[in-house]
Ligand binder design. Structure first.
Ligand SMILES: Cc1cc2nc3c(=O)[nH]c(=O)nc-3n(C[C@H](O)[C@H](O)[C@H](O)COP(=O)(O)OP(=O)(O)OC[C@H]3O[C@@H](n4cnc5c(N)ncnc54)[C@H](O)[C@@H]3O)c2cc1C
Length: 390
């Protein structure tokens, strides 16, 4: 279930390890990759930030290698433009050292600590007291990768059924009966729920626990004017706030040659709400009544307000990005399409950091697959297939 990059990668893997099985991917939209997979930064992460030994660290490291090979095989864009993480002040040196420690433990290749002068040689417009360079961090076209996965599923005899919104799941002995909004019923031996922003709701339909719930955080972007894209050669990131799983507003070169600035992280008023005016009362209600959200809000309301301000006031958004690329001005950027992150939140108010994948009889549920899940998709698929069939 779910024709995002995770559902499609899992389906593709199942056609490889069980060529005798009939594999079907269901999605409510009329195209693949409509939600998170089609609205992200397009970065193949090398594995810098993640706690050594976590699923994120191991699946990201393995996933980036598999993704690079896959893109080469399929002739899809994969550009190793490299990334710098910039410490803006001495206060950020300790968190930068922790990122370096984690990245080294995760086996990220080619890492180098940079002085301010060395940083300028790599990114002439970036400024900071120190930086970390990851030359193998790359940019890709995730929707194109997802479409290629869908083509692989079809070529192996599987089916990608679009326009099929799952509204009911029922166990019938060892099997699962899936019903669509249009009243159609399909029976499966095994089901993998990869429903992204709706994953908690669908997992609940399958009888799974309500926790963790999805809280949607919109990530808004601006795009550099074409005559200003020379401000950035590759990828320029700040040192992120270690309290959050988000990486901070950064500069991302895209495979089409453009440069995006973002994403921020503001609470979305609809799970698939890409603009401020997209409000879905049922989604707002689900967020507000989740005890984990109320605890999160009590603890982090100051950060929430700051993000809101940056969302409402372009100059505030730009000021944040200018703190490590000082030549940037508000006139250099125009609004670009946003994405919404499916961030799982536990009942105690903590943002679930690692990927979370559960199993309930014949149903595997992917409950938390935020960044770097797109990078890790081929490795996540191996992991899920092993879990499902092992
Ligand atoms: C702003 C932003 C920036 C990011 N940047 C990066 C990055 O640079 N690098 C990286 O590796 N990752 C990044 N990510 C994370 C990455 O995009 C996600 O981890 C990944 O796309 C998750 O894929 P998915 O298949 O789980 O979810 P999705 O792509 O959201 O797919 C879920 C699918 O399930 C379908 N669905 C849901 N409910 C139902 C239902 N009831 N019936 C039928 N179908 C249903 C939806 O229509 C959807 O197609 C970013 C995410 C965001 C939002």
């Amino acid at each position: 279930m779910g024709a995002g990059i995770i559902g499609l990668a899992v389906a593709r893997r199942l056609t490889q390890v069980r060529p005798d099985a009939r594999v079907t991917v269901l999605d409510k939209e009329d195209r693949v990759a409509v939600h998170q997979t089609g609205r992200n930064s397009g970065v193949a992460h090398a594995g810098l930030y993640y706690a050594p030994g976590s699923l994120k660290a191991t699946l990201c490291r393995r996933g980036i290698g598999l993704l690079k090979e896959y893109c080469a095989e399929r002739g899809l864009p994969y550009v190793e433009c490299g990334k710098v993480v910039v410490a803006r002040s001495d206060r950020e040196l300790a968190p930068l050292a922790e990122i370096e420690r984690r990245a080294t433990a995760n086996g990220v290749p080619g890492l180098r600590r940079l002085s301010p002068g060395e940083l300028r040689e790599i990114e002439p417009h970036a400024a900071g007291v120190a930086a970390l360079h990851s030359p193998t961090t790359a940019i890709v076209d995730f929707p194109a990768v997802a479409r290629a996965f869908a083509a692989d599923v079809a070529a192996a005899g599987g089916e990608v059924r679009l326009g099929f919104e799952v509204v009911g799941l029922r166990r019938a002995g060892e099997r699962v009966v899936v019903s669509s909004r249009d009243g159609e019923r399909l029976t499966f031996d095994l089901l993998v729920v990869c429903a992204g922003l709706q994953s908690d709701r669908v997992a609940r339909l399958a009888g799974d626990f309500p926790a963790p719930a999805i809280v949607p955080f919109r990530g808004e972007y601006y795009r550099l004017r074409p005559d200003r894209t020379d401000l950035v050669r590759g990828l320029i990131y700040p040192v992120p706030d270690p309290r959050y799983p988000f990486l901070g507003v950064h500069f991302t070169r895209r495979v089409d040659g453009g440069v995006d600035v973002g994403p921020n992280a503001v609470l979305a008023l609809a799970r698939e709400g890409y603009r401020w005016r997209d409000v879905r009362p049922a989604d707002v209600w689900d967020t507000l009544r989740w005890p984990g959200f109320r605890r999160l809000a009590r603890r982090h309301w100051r950060t929430g307000l700051k993000e809101l301000y940056g969302s409402a006031v372009k100059r505030a958004f730009v000021a944040e990005a200018r703190s490590f690329v000082p030549a940037l001005t508000a006139d250099d950027v125009a609004p670009a399409p946003a994405g919404v992150r499916a961030q799982a939140v536990d009942p105690d108010g903590s943002l679930v950091d690692d990927f979370r994948i559960g199993r309930l009889g014949p149903v595997v549920t992917v409950r938390n697959a935020p960044s770097p899940a797109a990078t890790s998709s081929l490795a996540i698929a191996d992991h899920v297939a092993a879990r499902l069939l092992g």
